[in-house]
Design a protein around this ligand. Structure first.
Ligand code: ADP
Length: 429
């Protein structure tokens, strides 16, 4: 039993005996006891009234009280103080959050579970043309009227960001659910960046096309000259021809890359016959290799979706690299790996390997671990950039594992793909 309650009982017992004595002395115990009880009830009502008044406007000034009332006031005041502290902390946190999001260059909008706007920062006002007082409480799809955005909002599949056009602005938008049914929307304007990207792409594509014609003409003349070469002109002509062929490969790969970059997104990709595709790529690699390595294939029929030619180019580039960077006689394997989350199509070699510090940069254009070796092998430095671009367009990614001197494994990981039919397993020696 707590002390306040004990004190209250003591007070009541004392009051009872006091009334008993007074009653005995006056000769009317019952009347005095009855009167005493009425006084006690009145006192309790008086305290209840004071408590409800205080609860209406809680403050530091607690009314003076005795017994259980003192305890009640003390406890309520402690709760009130704790709540006040927590509220102050929360208000400060909220103010800090608002200040920081206000300074954010990205548009930030807080939505409730009915997709109504609860708060937004100045960047959102600027990007979406929101008005503070008018638009708070409005449904966001009434203000951002764009079919792609509305369907994104209704589907509630926010794993991938949404890229859409709004009032001639290219916007990339993310929605993150948080708390109890609230959403944090963040968006930025990518119009300028897209323009610069487009300009860069156009420049590379135009320059490559411009260079193609003179090089083709030069190639023709060199071939003609080679027909009547002699001891003096033979060697230089051979070198000129090798270099023009290299330039032709670089130009055609640059054009290919620019084409991939500017191609539209692959919508509703068709299913690809993975077995046919991988076998074709393998046969091509066998012809290129000319029995210099031990090439093996071990693939399952997998449910792959995408563009046949693009995927063929990617896998073919990986096999060509394996042939290029693997000493003669060693083995190269093309295989598939099925996991719960997706499928990997891999090329494993026992080649020269790559030091780990180079791995993150391999897909950059013209990045080569050993420039001399790449040139010697007829490399352009664009193969893995093409692979990366193709995989990106297919929602896949390139995973590289390598050990210098031991070999490398290049895996194309397709997250959504799975094994097609268990009984159609194909394993070719
Ligand atoms: P390249 O035309 O030079 O081969 P890539 O973009 O295809 O250009 O590859 C970039 C670099 O990555 C290569 O120059 C090479 O150094 C390294 N590389 C690629 N594949 C392999 C491999 N299988 N084994 C070792 N190194 C590799």
């Amino acid at each position: 039993m707590n002390t306040g309650f004990k004190r209250e009982i003591e007070l009541l017992v004392f009051w009872f005996f006091f009334l008993l004595i007074v009653g005995a002395l006056s000769g009317s115990i019952l009347q005095v006891l009855f009167l005493g009880m009425i006084v006690y009830i009145a006192w309790t009502f008086f305290n209840l009234k004071r408590l409800t008044d205080w609860l209406d406007k809680p403050s530091k000034d607690i009314p003076e009280a005795w017994g259980v009332w003192e305890e009640i006031y003390y406890r309520l005041y402690t709760i009130y103080k704790r709540n006040r502290k927590a509220r102050k902390k929360l208000t400060n946190m909220l103010a800090r959050f608002q200040k920081s999001t206000q300074a954010l260059p990205y548009a930030t909008v807080v939505l409730n579970n009915n997709d109504e706007i609860e708060w937004f920062n100045p960047a959102a006002r600027h990007l979406f043309n929101f008005h503070h007082k008018r638009d708070i409480g409005q449904r966001i799809d009434n203000l951002i009227r764009q079919p792609a955005f509305t369907s994104y909002l209704f589907k509630k599949k926010f794993k991938k960001p949404l890229d859409f056009l709004f009032h001639q602005k290219h916007i990339i938008l993310n929605i993150t659910p948080y708390g109890s049914g609230q959403y944090l929307l963040s968006a930025r304007d990518t119009t300028q960046r897209r323009k610069l990207d487009e300009m860069r792409r156009d420049f590379i594509s135009n320059a490559s096309h411009e260079l193609r014609t003179p090089i083709t003409v030069m190639s023709g003349y060199i071939e003609m000259l080679r027909e009547c070469e002699d001891d003096v002109t033979g060697m230089p002509l051979q070198k000129i021809q090798a270099q023009t062929q290299r330039m032709e490969s670089i130009i055609s790969e640059l054009i290919g890359l620019a084409k991939l970059e500017s191609s539209a997104e692959i919508e509703d990709p068709p299913t690809v016959d993975s077995d046919k595709l991988l076998n074709e790529v393998f046969q091509e690699a066998m012809a290129l290799d000319n029995n210099r390595h031990q090439l093996t294939i071990s693939v399952d029929q997998v449910e792959l979706k995408g563009k046949y030619d693009e995927l063929r180019m990617a896998f073919s580039n990986l096999l060509t690299n394996a042939i290029r960077y693997t000493p003669e006689g060693r083995s190269i394997e093309l295989f598939t790996m099925v996991e719960d989350s997706g499928v990997s199509i891999c090329v494993k070699d026992q080649g020269i390997g790559i030091d780990y510090q180079h791995i993150p940069r391999l897909t950059e254009r013209f990045y080569r671990v050993d420039e001399g070796r790449s040139r010697e092998q007829g490399g352009t430095g664009l193969g893995l950039a093409i692979v990366n671009q193709v995989l990106d367009r297919h929602g896949a990614s390139l995973r590289i594992e390598s050990e210098p001197g031991e070999g490398s494994v290049f895996c194309c990981y397709f997250p959504a793909a799975k094994l097609a039919k268990k009984d159609s397993l194909l394993t070719k020696p």
